[in-house]
Design a protein around this ligand. Structure first.
Ligand code: ADP
Length: 259
């Protein structure tokens, strides 16, 4: 009986070890696959604006567009727009690789949220190419948020940017800061196209964009909300979305009042 128990024990241990090995191998494969997806996507994302800017520049240099000021202007605008896309993408990539570094540190401090949000509202209004109305309400007055200023700013900026981008025509955006059970809560609400219910849980995934066909011809990389989620979680907070297709979306960030 002793030998039988010992063999059974050895079999159980071997089984467990084998299971662990298989799980580890499978996990590594998924990580490898994710890395390769990431590289493929990034390469594609970088290639497109470079190719378009190159072609526009080529046209400027080679086809005598200099004689037609309207054409010249159009090609220059294309170059400018593609460079903007590229620099936006590079910024997002840098943000993500920074977040992965072991030395990554948040510089958390308490500050009035309007100090960061008010200038952002002005910037977004200035750069928008359509009418934009953004309101900011903070309750109670004098409320402070504990966060890293830069990353908090980037989080809010991404949410405002999306609220404007995904609102056809005039964009109306409401930003609110309040507290609840020891949490600081920020919400950004728009009256835009909304997000289909079955797609809402994917919007925070890296490179995910809701497949809407021609419904919204909006530029983007599917990285903004990934950044928002990663950074909010680095602060020990959470982010969620509520959205009604055709009516609008609301993104809510919860951060601890004290860190
Ligand atoms: P993108 O660069 O594509 O905007 P994000 O990561 O910021 O990337 O958002 C992912 C996707 O979620 C977007 O492509 C869009 O389909 C959807 N989305 C994000 N914010 C909104 C919003 N305010 N209204 C409607 N859809 C949104």
């Amino acid at each position: 009986a002793g030998i039988l128990t010992a063999s059974a024990l050895i079999l159980v241990i071997l089984g467990l070890a084998f299971g662990f090995l298989i799980r580890t191998l499978l996990r590594q494969k998924t990580l490898e696959e994710m890395k390769s997806d990431f590289t493929n996507n990034i390469t594609h994302e970088l290639k497109t604006p470079i190719a378009v800017a190159y072609a526009a520049n080529d046209a400027l240099l080679n086809f005598g567009t200099g004689t037609d000021p309207a054409k010249r202007e159009r090609y220059l605008h294309i170059c400018q727009e593609q460079l903007r896309r590229l620099s936006g993408l590079v910024e997002q990539i840098l943000g993500m690789s920074m977040e992965r570094r072991k030395t990554f540190r948040l510089h958390v401090e308490a500050f009035p949220p309007e100090e960061v949000i008010a200038p952002l509202i002005e910037q977004h209004k200035l750069k928008a190419d359509k009418p934009v109305g953004i309101t900011l309400r903070i309750e109670p007055e004098g409320l402070a948020v504990c966060a890293d200023r830069t990353h908090f700013g980037n989080i809010v900026s991404n949410l405002i940017d999306n609220a404007i981008k995904y609102s056809p025509g005039e964009a109306r955006v409401e930003i609110k800061c309040r507290t609840e059970n020891g949490w600081f809560i920020l919400s950004v609400r728009d009256q835009g196209i909304g997000i289909p219910h079955d797609k809402q849980r994917h919007v925070f995934d890296k490179f995910y964009r809701v497949p809407t066909g021609n419904l919204h011809d909006v530029k983007g990389y599917g990285l903004g909300l990934y950044y928002v989620k990663t950074m909010t979680e680095k602060h020990g907070g959470t982010v969620e979305v509520k959205s009604e297709p055709g009516r609008g979306s609301e993104f809510t960030i919860k951060l601890r009042m004290k860190n």
